[in-house]
Design a protein around this ligand. Structure first.
Ligand SMILES: CNc1nc2c(CCNC[C@]34C[C@H]5C[C@H](C[C@H](C5)C3)C4)c3nc(N)[nH]c(=O)c3cc2[nH]1
Length: 373
């Protein structure tokens, strides 16, 4: 077990890469998909079930946990790993993105963001320094800089102003993080869909120096075409020997396109959140299990899938428990979706290592039927 944080690349195929992030709490195989554990739980899953799907790392959330039960209480109880019974690596976001999307009465200044809790209306402030303190109290292995993420589309000057604030906050985050062996601090590139601003942001982050670099400011309503256009140049602006994390992405075809463009890590609520609404992701596309056509279908969601839902239950059963709003419906569909996303990542890791990513991608797209299946 290593006491340090390190990243080693094993193979590349075009711009796609596969490697390993080593941390004191275990290794992360890249490209990696990180399930989301918003309020110290991956909803409807036990931690051992999340591990069984193949996840090496989970996402925690500064914004939710600082409000309830507070980072100080989690620290008094031994930290987030012990609290939620997940002893492998945890990456926590810095809270800024959630404040802008969830909190009420937000006020943004050079110092940070003040806001009222969406839970009980209490007043709070997040600054780079406070975000670093919260993430340290939680015991996070990979800490994200406190940043500001503008919605797209937006004017060049608005994006420039926001990015430059985030770069000043990146420096303050770095200074407040200090020297914590075995723990990593990731910078977040901003700049929207403007190539010049993405370059300025990348240079600012390199000058500060981080253990990994995120491509932020995407998956905020710009659509896949614009996102891929930015990913055609943005990841390559970041240090090649450090992990590249695309935040908040995404649907399976977004993930494949991002890995193809040099991304090593991703997170998204999609597999868990949509699982709870009855959307099952399969190699042939999406199954909406609540649709009446499944009510007597004896087949599994995906006959090639080895997850508990596909091994032991029919579409008819899943349809029934969704229609009846039984708790097992969320458990089985979440497990299936997380399993499918991890299988997707394993398929890409193997394909890149074997130098056959292009063929794997062709096959991935060929299997996807049009419309519902
Ligand atoms: C969806 N598109 C998107 N997301 C984004 C996020 C959040 C990543 N997920 C963390 C998160 C967010 C929520 C939901 C879960 C748990 C917890 C609260 C942490 C994942 C982002 N986070 C930061 N700090 N900066 C971004 O630019 C950014 C851009 C995004 N674009």
């Amino acid at each position: 077990m290593t006491e340090r944080f390190s990243f080693s690349l094993h193979a590349t195929d075009g711009r796609a890469r596969t490697g390993t992030i080593s941390t004191p709490r275990g290794e992360i195989r890249t490209p990696a998909f990180m399930p989301v554990g918003t309020a110290a739980t991956v909803k409807a899953m036990l931690p051992e079930s999340v591990r069984a799907t193949g996840a090496d790392v989970l996402l925690g959330n500064t914004y939710h946990l600082m409000l309830r039960p507070t980072a100080e209480r989690i620290a008094r109880l031994g930290g987030l790993h012990a609290f939620m019974n997940w002893e492998r690596p945890i990456l926590t976001d810095s809270g800024g993105f959630q404040v802008m999307s969830l909190a009420e009465l937000r006020k943004l200044t050079e110092e940070g963001v003040t806001f009222r809790s969406h839970i009980d209306g209490s007043r709070h402030m997040l600054t780079p320094e406070r975000s670093m303190e919260i993430q340290q109290l939680l015991g996070s292995d990979i800490v994200m800089c406190f940043d500001e993420c503008p919605a797209l589309p937006a004017e060049h000057d608005r994006i420039a102003e926001s990015m430059r604030l985030s770069m000043r906050w990146a420096q303050r985050s770095r200074d407040a993080f200090g020297d914590r062996p075995g723990h990593a601090l990731f910078g977040i590139q901003q700049g929207g869909d403007k190539e010049d601003l993405r370059g300025e942001s990348a240079e600012a982050l390199r000058a500060i120096g981080f253990d990994g670099y995120a491509v932020g400011g995407l998956a905020v309503g710009e659509g896949q075409e614009v996102m891929f256009r930015v990913l055609d140049y943005a990841p390559d602006m970041l240090p090649e020997d450090k992990p590249r994390y695309l935040m908040g992405v995404g649907k399976p075809d977004d993930i494949v396109g991002a890995v193809k463009r040099g991304i090593d890590m991703m997170d998204c609520v999609l597999p868990s959140r949509s699982g709870r609404t009855g959307q099952a992701f399969t190699r042939r596309g999406v199954v909406n299990i609540k649709n009446a056509r499944h009510q007597e279908d004896p087949r599994p969601l995906d006959e090639h899938c080895s997850c508990p839902a596909c091994r032991s239950y029919s579409r008819a059963y899943l349809h029934h428990v969704f229609r009846s709003q039984e708790i097992i419906s969320s458990m089985l569909l979440t497990w299936h979706n997380l399993h499918y996303f991890q299988e997707l990542m394993q398929g890409m890791r193997d394909a890149i290592a074997a130098g056959r990513f292009a063929d794997w991608e062709t096959d991935f797209h060929a299997q996807r039927a049009e419309g519902d299946i």
